[in-house]
Design a protein. Structure first.
Length: 107
């Protein structure tokens, strides 16, 4: 990477909801940007997944736990193995920090 990344520009280039774009790689992780709009399917990962709300609001529904609402500037780490799904009642943007091999629809 030789230039700064504009999140505003990257958001405008997203193809649609739940279609993440890789922005950067740091150490053994990737920073992904996605637009959330509606309900994503329930899934789980074999590794932790960090959600950082960039714009808007959404909630992380967690199996067996109360939902976690997130607003701009807030983050939450979903522990590995926990079934979850992000739900956005209106478009929101999120940064995901995870391993490059993390499958979008889980394991």
């Amino acid at each position: 990477m030789t230039d700064a990344i504009s999140l505003t520009d990257a958001i405008s280039e997203l193809p649609g909801p739940f279609q993440p774009r890789d922005l950067a790689v740091a150490n053994d992780t990737v920073v992904r940007l996605a637009r959330l709009d509606g309900e994503f399917p329930w899934h789980h990962h074999d590794e932790d997944e960090l959600f950082l709300c960039w714009e808007g609001t959404f909630r992380l529904e967690l199996e067996g736990r109360a939902p976690v609402p997130l607003s701009a500037g807030e983050l939450f780490v979903v522990p590995k193995g926990l079934r979850h799904r992000p739900v956005a009642d209106a478009p929101a943007h999120v940064l995901l920090i995870e391993r490059p091999e993390t499958a979008q629809y889980g394991n």
